[in-house]
Design a protein around this ligand. Structure first.
Ligand code: HPA
Length: 234
C-alpha cells in the first residue's frame, strides 16, 4: 500500500495502462481483460489488474492533469516497480488533418509547465515517448486500419484555455493535439528508466468545434485500448 494506492505488493502488473477517468479504467478492464480484480479504490481512483492474451496488465486511473498523474506514476514506479506505462485518453485536435475519432500517438509532449519544471529550471527538456512502444503502437494502429497521426502533442495545465495566441503558435509548429498528462508521464519514465507512451483519441477539435458524440465514445476508446495493449506486448 502507498499513500494513494491500496494495492498489496504484487497486485500491480509490470504493464500499466493509465486512463484519466477511473470509470474508463473499469470499463476497459471489464471489456478487454480476464480474471479482473479491483486492486485500488482509494479516493475512487479505481485500478484493476487482469490478464490480456496471457499477459498481466493493470489499468489504473490517473486523474486529470499532470499533478494528479504524477502522484500515481511516482507510486506505480517507486513502490510497485511498474516498467511499462501507457496513457490512454482523449485529446483536442489542433491540425486540420486531425479529425475527431482519429488516434494520435504522441512522439513528444511539449509543456509550459509540469510538476518536473522545478528540476529543470531554465532547461527546456523535451519529453519523448519510448521508441519501441511508439513503433509497435503505429504498427498495431495500421493493422487495425485506424486513422492515426504520429507526432508532437501539447500537455496543458488548463482545460479552459485563455491563450488562443499560444494555440495558434503550436498549430503553426505542427502540434497535433492537446491533453493534460503525457509530458509528466514521459519525464518520469525517463527519470526512472521506464518505458512510456501516450495513445490518444481525438474527442474534440479546437478549430472546428466538433466533438465526439457520447454514443461514439466507447467504440473509439476501445480502438485505443487495443492499440495500447498490442504495443505493450509486441
Ligand atoms: N484541452 C485539454 N485537454 C483535452 C482537451 C482539450 O481541448 N480535449 C480533450 N482533452
Amino acid at each position: 500500500m502507498t499513500v494513494h494506492i491500496g494495492a498489496k505488493p504484487g497486485e500491480i502488473a509490470e504493464t500499466v495502462l493509465l486512463p484519466g477517468d477511473p470509470y474508463r479504467a473499469k470499463w476497459a478492464a471489464e471489456t478487454f481483460l480476464t480474471d479482473v480484480k479491483l486492486v485500488n479504490e482509494v479516493r475512487g481512483m479505481l485500478g484493476f489488474t487482469g490478464t490480456w492474451n496471457g499477459n498481466r496488465v493493470t489499468i489504473q486511473g490517473s486523474g486529470m492533469g499532470m499533478p494528479s498523474l504524477s502522484i500515481y506514476v511516482n507510486e506505480l514506479i517507486k513502490d510497485y516497480d511498474a516498467k511499462t506505462l501507457i496513457r490512454i485518453g482523449s485529446c483536442g485536435g489542433m491540425q486540420p488533418q486531425v479529425k475527431v475519432r482519429d488516434v494520435i500517438i504522441a512522439m513528444t509532449a511539449s509543456t509550459i509547465n509540469s510538476p518536473s519544471s522545478g528540476i529543470f529550471k531554465e532547461f527546456n527538456y523535451a519529453p519523448c515517448a519510448d521508441y519501441g512502444l511508439l513503433a509497435a503502437a503505429v504498427n498495431a494502429a495500421q493493422a487495425k486500419g485506424t486513422d492515426t497521426h504520429v507526432g508532437g502533442i501539447y500537455s496543458s495545465d488548463v482545460f479552459y484555455d485563455e491563450r488562443p495566441d499560444l494555440n495558434e503558435q503550436m498549430t503553426r509548429h505542427g502540434i497535433l493535439g492537446v491533453e493534460m498528462e503525457a509530458a509528466e508521464l514521459y519525464t518520469l519514465a525517463a527519470r526512472y528508466e521506464r518505458r512510456a507512451l501516450a495513445v490518444l483519441t481525438v474527442s474534440d477539435h479546437l478549430q472546428t468545434g466538433e466533438a465526439l458524440p457520447s454514443t461514439d465514445r466507447e467504440r473509439s476508446f476501445g480502438d485505443m485500448v487495443e492499440i495500447a495493449l498490442q504495443a505493450a506486448f509486441n
